[in-house]
Design a protein around this ligand. Sequence first.
Ligand code: FAD
Ligand code: NAP
Length: 312
Amino acid sequence: MDLVIVGGGPAGLTAGLYASRGGLKNVVMFEKSVFGGQITKSSEIENYPGVVEVVSGLELMEKWPEQAARFGVKQEFAGVKRVSKAEDNFFDITLEDDTHLKAKSVIICTGSNPKKSGVDGEDEFYGKGVSFCATCDGFFYRNKEVAVLGGGDAALEEALFLTNICQKVYLVHRRDEFRASPATVQRVKKNAKIELVLNSTVKKIYGDTSGVNGVIVADKEGNERDLKVPGVFVFVGMKVNNEVLLQENGSFLCEMSKGGEAVVDLNMRTSVKGLFAAGDIRINAAKQVVCAAADGAVAAIGAIGYLESLHE
Ligand code: FAD
Ligand code: NAP
């Protein structure tokens, strides 16, 4: 392979488009879950330039794989276990079924995944009342009350989305200030279906064999409140998917930040020649679809330049 792209979200799909349209012939992209990436789980996106109407993440991403495929990038449904350095300037790509491939260059676009809150009951009731995706599971709580945990853009936007389906949404946040953008905070504050439960943490998610029955929240003074909801949506941030860079000896293939993100320069080059990282996985990522896509384009242009330099 000339180029292997790991991950088929906005960064990977754009890297595939630019690499194949830029003339690379043997380009393969591996995606282990859903082509389109994490935004396909978002109920709405309104800040992708040029897309004026509010669309769901799934709608936004629908045509991206087709557009990339038109220029020849092969899209494979498979997980990559590890990327390592092999001899002669090649990278060794180990797939989850232990198949090995060799590639002259690699772009890591593995993105990020929702973090768990660590609250008691979160694991026990995952899929039985605890969810990380309002678009996927909101409908199960039609005309019911739900709780949303978190104070960032994801929590507030998904809380707003849930008000279209649910009778009431408790937004539980550990502080009284939000990380979300001011415009979103204003929309939340104006929404009569959202009750803000601030300066409060969830002590426990409880239920029985049929699922969640409620959450116990406590404020800073220790006063507890029992919110009797059948659904809890957790949006407490994202964790980068850096496992593919982890080597058998426990070190990472390239230089990483303390937070586990790949350190790159402005051309998305990592500390290892021929290895690029783009999107949420890279250091200082703005964690936006438009930025991930742009990173993918920059990385692909860099990979084309790198492959050319091998022939000089
Ligand atoms: P991802 O989208 O995370 O894609 C990475 C892909 O790699 C995934 O499909 C994953 O399955 C795959 N993958 C991971 N590991 C492997 C492996 N080992 N082998 C093969 N495949 C692998 N951004 C905005 O701009 N506007 C918004 O309104 C907005 N709303 C959001 C709402 C929510 C609920 C969430 C969660 C995010 C939102 N974002 C929004 C952020 C945006 O979705 C991300 O910044 C963007 O998707 C990052 O793109 P990416 O390609 O870097 O990674
Ligand atoms: P985030 O911005 O990191 O916010 C996480 C929130 O969860 C914070 O309010 C945090 O509280 C809270 N939190 C963290 N750990 C917790 C715990 N264990 N228990 C309770 N609360 C906890 O995460 P995000 O909202 O998922 O967003 C991730 C990135 O994607 C951000 O960069 C965001 O801007 C971007 N994004 C953008 C959009 C958009 O552009 N429209 C939409 C969604 C996401 P504290 O505030 O007290 O730390």
